[in-house]
Design a protein around this ligand. Structure first.
Ligand SMILES: [Mn+2]
Length: 312
């Protein structure tokens, strides 16, 4: 299937309950099987397939939200066709930008299944082209600051993605929940340059809702369109063992549920990245699939009870 020059391979199985055609769907899923800049354990290129196959474990009714997923029009486009080598990264990022723009231009919500975290930058660029004038902001769940100037001579490495977005779109454009790892230079830069973040220790000591309250005071986070980027290593390895760079003392699956509960009405684009099915291929991809279903469930609940977002 061609989308403005981007080649997409159809997949089997698709994400469960995501069989609507593009034109009829409100939510558009696509996979990007790219992990060529991964620095520790690879395998994220196989994550889209692993996520899809685990979604067949889940009921279509989201009991806590009263939402029936089977009633929602969701389209799984398939996977971007790509060459999984670092030398081809620019083409992959360009294709992510292109497909994301196409989805936004059709007034639909993109959901990207990575792949590694470098893919978030072009997807955010497409989001910001549409929403920066309306206060668009990115919320990242991550164990890592990803605030390096460059990593292994690559400024567009997965380890630099938060910095690239921060530099391009400004200090209010991005905030990170769950970091607990970074080199001394990026830690110092993050502090000096004013990156907004709440470490996993701070989440543990307070709560997601306390942090959202303080960010609401600081920059009205609850009144902004949000791009939610979930690097699965932000979650503790006990809940999400199948990641390329596991870090102890992470967020719980409950923290993420509470976060989605706190901002879910505002999430207009999302991704899940950095899963390595080579490390673990059931629990972690399953959690990622469930988080996608949960975010879509919140959006649908909002459609039934419109909020301020319907008027922008
Ligand atoms: Mn990470």
């Amino acid at each position: 299937m061609g989308q403005e020059g981007v080649s997409i391979n159809s997949v089997d199985p698709i994400f469960a309950d995501a069989g609507s055609p593009f034109d009829e769907a409100k939510y558009i899923l696509f996979g990007v099987p790219f992990d060529a800049t991964s620095s520790h354990i690879t395998g994220a290129s196989r994550a889209p397939a692993a996520i899809r196959s685990e979604t067949y474990n889940f009921e279509t009714f989201l009991m806590d939200l009263g939402v029936e997923i089977g009633d929602i029009s969701i389209c799984d486009l398939g996977d971007l066709e790509l060459i999984n080598e670092e030398a081809h990264q620019e083409e992959v990022l360009r294709d992510v930008l292109s497909i994301s723009k196409r989805i936004f231009n059709a007034d639909k919500m993109p959901v990207m299944m990575g792949g590694e975290h470098s893919l978030t930058e072009p997807a955010v660029d497409a989001f910001m082209e549409k929403y920066s004038s309306k206060g668009g902001t990115v919320m990242v769940i991550d164990a890592h600051l990803d605030f390096r100037q460059e990593y292994q001579s690559n400024p567009r490495s997965h380890a630099c993605v938060t910095r690239r977005i921060f530099e391009k779109w400004g200090p209010d454009s991005i905030s990170v929940i769950g970091p607990r790892s970074g080199c001394m230079e990026e830690y110092r830069d993050a502090r000096d340059m004013g990156l907004r973040y709440a470490t996993s220790q701070e989440v543990r000591a307070a709560s997601i809702s306390d942090i959202l309250d303080s960010w609401d005071t600081a920059f009205s986070v609850r009144n902004r369109p949000i791009y939610l980027s979930i690097d699965m290593d932000g979650i503790d390895p006990a809940y999400a063992p199948g990641v390329g760079t596991p870090e102890p003392w992470g967020l719980t699956s409950w923290d993420i549920l509470h976060l989605i509960g706190g901002i879910g009405d505002n999430v207009l684009a999302m991704d899940v990245v950095e899963i390595s099915p080579e490390v673990e291929r059931y629990i972690t991809p399953g959690l990622a699939g469930k988080l996608i279903r949960q975010v879509i469930g919140y959006r649908e609940r909002t459609v039934k009870g419109p909020t301020w977002l319907e008027h922008i």
